[in-house]
Write a protein that binds this ligand. Structure first.
Ligand code: PLP
Length: 284
């Protein structure tokens, strides 16, 4: 695989980063994951906009323009002959020399890494036809979940806990309400209404979420942005989640309780179809 590191395209074996890099030592880095279908990038502008927001919130200076990001993405797709899969992008605050909590001096270059992951069949994931089972767990993350940092340890822990329980994913719960999934935004469907938590610092502002809500509104579907509880989800007709890599994924069970028919619901499946159609059409 050819990867990108700080301005260079390299074989992956030759791409290495300093042990002093703050991404490594302090988790001081932000990231994006973007899907590629048919060799084209989905939601490119949304991901670049969120990346720039995450960078600004953390005062990481990285002056790569939208056009340059696009060129890097396209070059990686070309060099790796990527048809279906993902592009991972990470920007860390860079190599700070000796360990120090304070940010390094202005002018310290960030560390920029991108690589591709091939996932043939990404859009026809059989899980979408079966649906996903989830457990709920307390949301123990920090309170700036709107910043997409690489600090994913708790997300990994809860995915492992779900696996140990024989389930596939976890939903975070705080103050009695579901915030989001371990790596996705969550929704329930009740009496035809799509219910999803409103944006705040409590959740990541999903790029897939923003587009899906736009497409759903265009299709005259009713959307309510408010928090919901696990009990409400268990009594819902359907549930689903969204993320850049899973698109729209039906959820059929929460904490051992089957939702509705126990199979992916019609609204979830329709939204998955609409999302894939529209986002592929808009891909660049
Ligand atoms: N929420 C969390 C915690 C995530 O990690 C992700 C994706 O990685 C999402 C939501 C979904 O965001 P997006 O649709 O931009 O992939």
């Amino acid at each position: 695989r050819t990867v990108y590191l700080n301005g260079q395209y390299l074989p992956e074996e030759e791409a290495s980063v300093s042990i002093f890099d703050r991404g490594f030592v302090m988790g001081d880095a932000v990231y994006e994951v973007t899907s590629v279908l048919g060799g084209k990038i989905l939601e490119f502008d949304g991901h670049v906009a969120r990346l720039n927001r995450s960078l600004a919130e953390l005062e990481i200076v990285c002056d790569i323009s939208r056009e340059e990001w696009l060129e890097i993405h396209r070059e990686l797709i070309k060099r790796n002959d990527l048809d279906e899969g993902m592009i991972y992008l990470q920007v860390s605050r860079g190599n700070a020399g000796d360990r120090d909590f304070h940010y390094p001096p202005a002018g310290t270059p960030p560390t920029v890494v991108l690589y591709t992951q091939s996932k043939p069949g990404l859009a026809d994931d059989p899980k979408a036809q079966k649906g996903i089972t989830v457990i709920s767990v307390p949301d123990l993350r920090w309170h700036r979940r709107d910043i997409k940092t690489v600090q994913l340890l708790y997300a990994s822990m809860v995915k492992m806990a779900a696996e140990k329980a024989g389930k596939q994913d976890a939903w975070f719960v705080e103050d009695g309400f579901v915030t989001e999934g371990s790596s996705n935004n969550v929704y329930i469907v009740k009496d035809g209404k799509i219910i999803t938590r409103q944006l705040s610092n409590d959740i990541l502002h999903g790029i897939t979420r923003a587009s899906l809500l736009k497409y759903a509104a265009e299709a005259q579907m009713e959307i309510v942005e408010r928090p919901f509880t696990v009990a409400e989800a268990q009594a819902a007709d359907e549930a689903f989640f969204t993320s850049a890599s899973a698109f729209v994924m039906p959820v059929v069970e929460v904490d051992g309780v089957a939702l509705g028919s126990g199979k992916p619901g019609p609204v979830s499946l329709r939204l998955r179809e609409i999302y894939l159609d529209e986002s592929v059409k808009a891909a660049i």
